[in-house]
Design a protein around this ligand. Sequence first.
Ligand code: GLA
Length: 734
Amino acid sequence: MAIIFDKSTKTFYLEGKNITYAFFANRRGYLEHLYFGEKISRDHLFYTRTSIRRNAFPAMVPGEDVTKGNVDPSVGPTSYNHIPAEITFFGNGDYREPTVQVENAGGDRLCELLYYSHEILDTKPKINGMPSMDGGETLVVHLYDSISGFGADLYYTVYDDCDVIARRAVYKNGGAECVRLNRAYSFALSLPTQSYTAITLEGAWADERTPEYTPLRHGIISVDSKYASSSSINNPFMALLAKGGGENFGEAIGINLVYSSSFVLKAEGHSDGTTTILGGINDFDFSWKLDAGEEFETPEVIISYSNEGLGGMSRANHDALRNHLINKRYAKKSRPIVINNWEGTYFNFNNEKLMDIASAVAGTGIDTFVLDDGWFGKRDDDLSGLGDWVVNTKKLDGGLKTVIDHVHSLGMKFGLWFEPEMINEDSDIFRAHPDYAVGVPGRERCYTRHQFLMDVTRADVRDYIVEAVNKVIRDNEIDYIKWDFNRNATEFFSLSLDADRQKEFSHRYALGLYDLCERIVEANPGIMFEGCSGGGARFDPAILYYFPQIWTSDNTDAENRTLIQYGTSLAYPLSAMSCHVSEVPNHQTSRIASMKTRADIAHLGATGYELDTSVFTDEDKAAVKAQVKEYKAMEDLVLEGDLYRVENPHTGNHFAFMLVSKDKSHGMLTVYRRIFKANEAVYRIKAMGLDKKKKYYVPELGIILGGDTLMSVGLAPDFGPGDFSTVVYHFEEK
Ligand code: GLA
């Protein structure tokens, strides 16, 4: 890993584990992008520049007029419109999507951001109030506009243990008057062609993160959220797969935005055949007043690269998130195996029922009982109670203590559900402080699940939430918290903001959320937090910074989960996905899958159980005990292993994930067949990621086979008859 600056050409070379990222400041000071890809020699990178540009009335900045012959002799393109950029800006002949748009006090929107100086830092600075990666070596390039004094600092970090570049921008008002940022994206990445397919993750409740494939073209393709949440609709992720590539070969780039509010990611194909990828905070309904001397920090983006296709790109992403972003206390630590009561009881429980559910699984290896929604305030359904974080002693005689003591007596830990950012109209806190709910005076608020959003852009509202939640934590022995978020914003208005700052709402919501996390999650380091949002509607890297795992989806059907977990894995590691074995017929799909299938699919993540175990037979208990034992034996693969997506359930009848330890000493292959066909043809599947030269014992077959045989000849799983079946193979080096 190294960041090298060549003074003579003003070129920056960022060299990571297997990657090179290079750009230079040209004669005028404009940052020209040179290269991003597999690590290559520094010698010939200027060869990547080309003078052949398709254009239409190119506009030159003064002093760069081609007709006057004073063009940089080494280059053809002198109009910003045709220079591969590190940051794009509007009004100086660049008609591409700008990375930043500033409205100056005089009303003009010009800024020409040119190289001023740079620093190379050994310690990566944190972003103020927002999550970001740690470690690596960081380059900060200072750019500024010499007329207005407006500036941008571009941050680049490289790592020696993962193939990613972390990027972000900080915008600075160095002028004497207030300016308005109407767009403040985090980055722009130039690609030399349009020969890529963009892969984005679209979805909805119970159907999150389905990969969607869109070839790049002239013009813009984009995904965004306007929900003040990263949302289940579009994930803040975009992959770019180079022409001819696939899951296991070819160049792939991953863009992961570390942000939980309204975002946008765009790929713009230009007239000259090149592409710019850019994005960050959604500039829809965004505007930020920047007073003289003030700075605006943008969220970080993690840009991964692989020449081993989408699989390699995902592995680079997973390593980056696990090594440098996800809460260190838990990133690679064995996770609690929970029994959650939600699908088992919904709101209908009392002490006895909860204790029976816990007792039934004592001794199976399930180690944490999680009490879900319904324990507080007046909450027997979803009509009331949110915001009143006081135990409902009518329902739970003796408070939480009775259940907690019982759970502890079984040798298990205790977990609790909260939805800190929400408030019901029918709650004591709303009756006392109706203004705590987001809304515009004189207008009715929109309801979602009968609840409103707390205005966490306000410090006093955050203080109330922090104190209310932390009091429950102080008064009880809690080891685990599920932090839910079951609606999106509406009204987008805060009583605490001046009229000319209301468009700051969605970003301030994210900052408010992160402040809550600092004061609740970071203040309680002994508690493991799980994120949730009506399933997986806020599944993003920033949430993972605080919560090492997120409830992947309210859809717990094993069949549908193969689709959801497949899509989610493009961006996120398996350890980030909370996956439970639940009731059958499944509550979302009415499908019946065997206990084995449900467990095998739930084992491809942070596993747990969510059903009424109080009705378990001895046979059920024995099955759970065996499953937990099996999971524990391979949990390191979920936490730290490399993932190979062997079969894609979105395109065929099978789904298969192979997990391999970094040292290739052991692995596991889970194969799932959706529909059984009578007298079907032989199905073969090849293992991936093993060491060709090593020998592996396969306990399911009772034989030792070479890594080469396993990967070149493969296996022929026998699923037996019936739909929705799984076969699992383990590989142990001999
Ligand atoms: C959301 C979550 C569920 C459950 C309920 C409780 O829908 O995704 O897992 O916690 O809320 O109301």
